[in-house]
Design a protein around this ligand. Structure first.
Ligand SMILES: Cc1cc2nc3c(=O)[nH]c(=O)nc-3n(C[C@H](O)[C@H](O)[C@H](O)COP(=O)(O)OP(=O)(O)OC[C@H]3O[C@@H](n4cnc5c(N)ncnc54)[C@H](O)[C@@H]3O)c2cc1C
Length: 379
């Protein structure tokens, strides 16, 4: 099954493509060098209704569902954007959903609406220097003190952590590593909360990544999302969306690289003939196309089931792994088909090759997905 195309969705694709062509492509190389996208991009995307896709109008969103968000992600990358751009511009896709699900009007007014209007930037901080895969082992702790929590600990690899105005932070509300987790919204500028160095990375260069430190940071209890100790469940529930977004980034990157490589192989001649005329090259392109299309079909199928409310935790994990495997194969083959040019910064395929490597790490690694799949098999 594939996501049903409707006139509204065709319009959404066109809107996304026009946005990328006009507002992104002329500047993306500059943002890659600068290590971040400008705040103004969030406002521009918000004004045309792109930032709020997948969030209900009642919280300041533009409406639409998970499937519409997936189409936007797909179209951004297929129009020449990148997974790094998605990570930077759509970080709210992982920073806000817990607040929306908790239906906390105070948090929605203070953080959700301004973020979807493009005037605030949010981040999600789960991973810690001691480990990211073991979410229950979180050691950043929040001790209750009257109508505040006092937070101590650190987080790392936080997407948009340098630019964000607030961070949805997973904290332990019992002893470190107890698994009793809560989510607190911690504002930049709160005494004791510091953003460490901007982390240098292999890819996702236009997406800033930060280390965060919390030393006796006083956070109002009103900034807790949902009841105390419900953080672990809230995180796990929202992982489905994040993983499907990463899976989408993976197959869309693969599709884009198939297009780039096909164009290249038609135009490039060696030994007096276009590369695309060689059977070896044609079969390589056919295999790349097949893997990208199979990944897309499976991710769409699982996304439809998630949107319909089916409990498909195992299938989401499989979708992520299938799409990441397709992407890894395709970006490598696409770069190889470009020859020396593929290795240059001037080649779009070079950026996709670097950007793709995080997709099997972020949002739960390939190995952790396999753990989930094995459990689903009753092993
Ligand atoms: C660019 C970037 C952006 C990121 N953005 C965010 C963000 O916005 N917010 C956030 O909270 N985190 C973010 N992360 C962190 C990311 O989610 C973690 O890196 C990831 O979950 C893995 O955690 P880890 O790095 O601590 O690896 P570890 O948990 O230390 O794992 C190391 C290796 O061991 C393997 N492994 C671990 N446990 C097992 C096991 N039981 N069985 C078999 N193998 C195992 C893993 O698969 C991995 O290969 C980001 C990371 C990067 C690089």
């Amino acid at each position: 099954m594939t996501i049903v195309d409707t006139p509204e969705r065709r319009q959404l694709r066109e809107l996304t493509r026009a946005f990328v062509t006009k507002e992104v492509l002329p500047y993306l190389d500059d943002w890659e060098r600068a290590g971040e996208v400008p705040r103004s991009l969030h406002e521009t995307a918000a004004k045309i209704g792109l930032l709020g896709i997948g969030f209900p109008e009642s919280v300041g969103g533009s409406g639409g569902d998970l499937l519409d968000s997936i189409l936007v992600t797909e179209e951004v990358i297929r129009s020449g954007g990148s997974s790094g751009l998605i990570a930077a511009l759509f970080t709210h896709g992982i920073a806000l959903p817990h607040m929306v699900a908790a239906r906390d009007d105070g948090l929605i007014e203070r953080y959700v609406r301004p973020t979807l209007a493009g005037t605030m930037i949010g981040a999600l901080a789960i991973t810690e220097p001691d480990g990211g895969s073991d979410v229950a082992g979180i050691r950043t702790c929040a001790r209750r003190d009257g109508d505040h929590y006092v937070v101590n600990g650190s987080k790392t690899y936080i997407t948009s952590g340098v630019r964000s105005d607030f961070v949805t932070t997973a904290v332990c509300t019992d002893f470190p590593g107890s698994g009793s987790l809560s989510l607190l919204v911690i504002e930049k500028g709160t005494p004791g909360f510091t953003v460490g160095r901007r982390l240098e990375k292999l890819g996702w260069h236009c997406s800033d990544t930060a280390e965060l430190s919390f030393v006796d940071v006083r956070v109002p209890v009103a900034n807790r999302i949902g009841p105390e100790d419900t953080g672990f469940l809230a995180i796990m529930q929202q992982f489905a969306t994040e993983r499907l977004s990463l899976a989408t980034q993976a197959y869309a990157t693969a599709q884009r690289c198939v297009e780039l490589a096909t164009r290249w192989c038609r135009d490039r001649s060696t030994f007096g003939r276009p590369l695309a005329s060689r059977q070896l090259v044609r079969h390589r392109l056919a295999e790349m196309h097949t893997r990208a299309e199979a990944a897309r079909a499976y991710v769409h199928d699982v996304a439809e089931r998630v949107a319909a409310g089916e409990p498909v935790v195992t299938e989401v994990a499989m979708a992520k792994n299938v799409a990441v495997a397709a992407c890894d194969f395709v970006v490598d083959a696409a770069l190889q088909l470009h020859g020396g040019f593929g290795y240059l910064r001037d080649a779009e395929v070079e950026r996709h090759y670097r950007d793709a490597r995080i997709l099997g790490i972020g949002g739960g690694t390939t190995e952790i997905m396999n753990e989930i799949i094995a459990k689903g098999m009753g092993l």
